[in-house]
Design a protein around this ligand. Sequence first.
Ligand code: ADP
Ligand code: GN1
Ligand code: MG
Length: 364
Amino acid sequence: MDSVLKSIVNEFRYQGTVIDINPFGNGHINDTYLVKTIEDVSPDYILQRKNHQVFKNIPGMMENIIRVTDHIRNKLINDNISDIDRKVVHHLKTSDDKFYFKDTTGNYWTLFLFIKGCKSYEKIEKPQQAYLAGKAFGQFQKQISSLPGKPLNETIVDFHNIEFRLNNFQKALLVNFNNRKVEAEDEIVVAQSLSEEMKTLLKLQRQGKIPFRITHNDTKINNILFDKNDNILCVIDLDTVMPGLVHFDFGDAIRTAANTADEDEKDLSRIAVNADIFEEFTKGFLEELRETLTSLEKELLPHSVKFMTYIMGLRFLTDYLDGDTYYKIDYPEHNIVRARAQFKFVSEIEKIMPRLIETVKKYS
Ligand code: ADP
Ligand code: GN1
Ligand code: MG
């Protein structure tokens, strides 16, 4: 077992005897480890090194997470829900009463309970899971809509701001790491051709026609934990919970859940929209939020799928041109492969847009 990691875990007030610490999960930003304990009665834990190049204010981020998880926990207690530590993320404190530990090299660490017997999916396999996933993200948004107190801290400023992302893309074109523009020629054309259309949500928000709410902002489908019978346990990965548009959550969830292939699929012919998954997710999501959302917000849900897929493609493309400074990669072309796959999904969304619009109307 890594003694440095062990000493970091020891900064927290946890229960049990640690026997093993191993890398876990496949996030692109943070480093995640599973911390196992010997005793059956002691929980296992997740240790996470938060990426402070990406999240510039970790104390502010942890303040958000604790406010949000405390709020959800109180609601579950009020509703007499059982097994609460599997229904909301439970963070542990350090010996000096903080929810993060800053080590001597400036890295930030958090420790939270590992939820036993859970699973997460990279993409959805059955329509019933999509329905429950839609309900989970809808419910999450509903639960945090009543969060009292000051606004949440913005953990990444301009996270889904398309103007900011397009600006970064322009800068990356100038960086042109290893002359990668040649390899990325087709994707650069796609990025440029859709840039105006992709400002729709930003413009409407600036005109005050669609509101900022509290949103999750990283609703990849692997950020929902299911139990072994595919019941929903909870929504995880709360680093980016902050003010945002409902479209960020709906769009990103569909981008990952309703894609017939992986985010980084190389064989573009395998990438399509699974319309049944889209329908079931929409049904679950709108069952929770139908009364809360305005007609214009609902009308823009199909567009949000295109928007969120485009913005992810743009960010992968930007990182490729920058020389891979942001996302973790498994091989040198990984980011351009991801961008290509996202832009192919955008074109697939365009093909079945009328059906997506009909489906959203049906459940609105
Ligand atoms: P990242 O920000 O890197 O995506 P996550 O917080 O989503 O990190 O964690 C990565 C993976 O670890 C998740 O997809 C999930 O499979 C697993 N995981 C995270 N939190 C828990 C938890 N509390 N209990 C069990 N598994 C978890
Ligand atoms: C990152 O950390 P992870 O893997 O859940 C990214 C998301 C992207 C996603 C693409 C903070 O999410 O915005 O959608 O990769 N998170 C951050 O897979 O940039
Ligand atoms: Mg995650």
